[in-house]
Write a protein that binds this ligand. Structure first.
Ligand code: BEZ
Length: 211
């Protein structure tokens, strides 16, 4: 059965480029991004894993651990990492799972047979400190992902976990946010004493509160 938002992220044990990992133990109470790429030694994947390495410190700042996977072996991941360093300027600085047995790709439903029956699609799972899946995105092999969007989603999830707001279209950290409809006017007055811009009774825009 497909994994959905709110489901527990299944645990697994796997070999990685940084040694054996028990997923839940490795993750601890951090957030995690588990993402798949279709194949080692392919062009778009090379740019993606290099870009992720370049921005890893942004994930670190947000207490997010990174774990990659494809259907390739650890040996291949290690050999390919040298190409990534050479062409993208940074080698992967996060573990890459040996998915040659398809255990993790199958567990997370990352192989979509109507796209390709042997390769993983470009899946991203956003997993919170309680091991719950909080968001996911899926792209085909032909479309490289926007890793700044992944950071943006993390920012939204972490903000909306701490204050009763939601983030509007194209929001980035620091922009105005929306008071959740579940909050009554009375409750909103208590939480946002400086007021808000009420464009409709259901569309209440407020400065982004501190986390
Ligand atoms: C790529 O990363 O460029 C790629 C991977 C698998 C199939 C097609 C393209």
């Amino acid at each position: 059965m497909a994994l959905r938002i709110g489901d527990e992220a299944p645990n697994f044990q796997a070999d990685t480029t940084e040694g054996p990992v028990d997923f839940h133990q490795w993750k601890g109470d951090s957030w995690a991004i588990l993402f798949s790429h279709p194949k080692d030694f392919t062009p778009v994947c090379t740019t993606e894993l290099g870009y992720m390495a370049r921005v890893k410190d942004e994930f670190d700042k947000r207490n997010v651990k990174i774990l990659a996977v494809s259907v390739d072996s650890t040996e291949d991941h290690k050999a390919w990492s040298k190409d990534i360093a050479e062409t993208q300027g940074t080698a992967p600085n996060y573990p890459i799972i040996d998915g040659s047995d398809r255990k993790v790709p199958d567990l997370y439903d990352m192989i979509h047979p109507n796209a390709n029956d042997t390769l993983t699609v470009r899946s991203v799972f956003f997993i919170d400190p309680n091991n719950k899946i909080r968001a996911q995105i899926t792209y085909p092999a032909s479309t490289g992902r926007n890793f700044d969007e992944i950071l943006r989603v993390i920012d939204s999830l972490q903000l909306t976990d701490t204050v009763k707001v939601a983030t509007p279209a194209n929001w980035t950290d620091g922009d105005d946010v929306i008071i959740v409809p579940a909050l009554s006017t009375e409750e909103a007055k208590e939480r946002f004493p400086e007021g808000w811009d009420e464009q409709k009774p259901y569309l209440r825009v407020v400065k982004q509160p501190a986390r």
